[in-house]
Ligand binder design. Structure first.
Ligand code: SF4
Ligand code: FES
Length: 253
């Protein structure tokens, strides 16, 4: 395939960005989207030009780094996969592909297509963990019976890779699906219950503080999530939050 790539170029967080058109030729339909960008970058380096900066790590759909807006959709036109798993067979010969970074205030652009997702790390630090004793005798993992349905739901929630597509897809830049997945994965399991009330209140407070918007039930997050995390987790998070507020509100410092 021969393609035109309309790519957002931005030298730094402070500078203004703009779209720049590039041509790539003889791209195999079996190449992944990131391999296609590698081919472009190789040609730019050969010409002595600055390669396009983009995030990637595992290239197998598990790290959540490859955050790209492709033709107006987070992770491109295919459903339920990340950018790194998408292949060029999703595009047509001669097509113009528009490639942008995530567009959300809490995810500022670092360079070109790379954004800073430290905000997600801060939300996790606010409560996305359980406190355990790591010394002494550890309980057997199977000693605590967990209903099958709860284990399955918790596993589904835990499959969130923190990519940020839910935020990028949302007109309000809401992080509710991400936070709900992280709250649910613990709320459903006995190991997560002791700190559940503090966890949900702290994570929601941090989400608000960092400037993420509210959920207005458009379901765009679920539609674009590469792990197909269900919005039912948002309903669970809301129940957890209201229950915690009523029974054990956090003390103001
Ligand atoms: S909920 Fe889905 S879209 Fe949002 S960060 Fe997790 S994996 Fe990505
Ligand atoms: S590079 Fe890790 S999920 Fe795409």
């Amino acid at each position: 395939m021969d393609l035109t790539l309309r790519i957002w170029r931005q030298a730094s967080a402070e500078s203004k960005g703009q779209f720049v058109d590039y041509q790539v030729q003889n791209i195999s339909a079996d190449a992944s989207f990131l391999e296609m960008l590698d081919i472009l970058n190789e040609s730019l380096v050969m010409k002595g030009e600055e390669p396009v900066a983009f995030d990637h790590d595992c290239r197998e759909g598990i790290c959540g780094a490859c955050s790209l807006y492709i033709n107006g959709r987070p992770h491109g036109p295919d459903r339920g996969i990340t950018t790194c798993q998408m292949h060029m067979r999703n595009f047509k010969d001669g097509e113009t592909i528009v490639i942008e970074p995530w567009r959300a205030k809490p995810f500022p652009v670092i360079k070109d297509l790379m954004v800073d997702r430290t905000a997600f790390d801060e939300i996790i630090q606010a409560g996305g963990f359980i406190t355990v004793r790591t010394g002494g005798t550890l309980p057997d993992a199977n000693a605590l019976p967990i209903p099958r349905a709860a284990a399955e739901d918790a596993m589904d929630a835990a499959s969130c890779i923190g990519c940020g597509a839910c935020v990028a897809a949302c007109k309000n830049a809401s992080a509710m699906l991400f936070v709900a997945a992280k709250v649910s994965q613990f709320a459903l399991l006995p190991q997560g219950r002791p700190e559940a009330r503090e966890r949900v209140q702290n994570m929601v407070a941090k989400m608000d503080e960092l400037g993420f918007g509210n959920c207005t039930n458009t379901y765009a997050c679920e539609a674009e999530c590469p792990k197909e995390i269900s919005v039912s987790h948002i309903a669970r998070m809301n129940r957890e939050f209201f229950g915690a507020k009523l029974s054990a509100p956090l003390k103001k410092e």
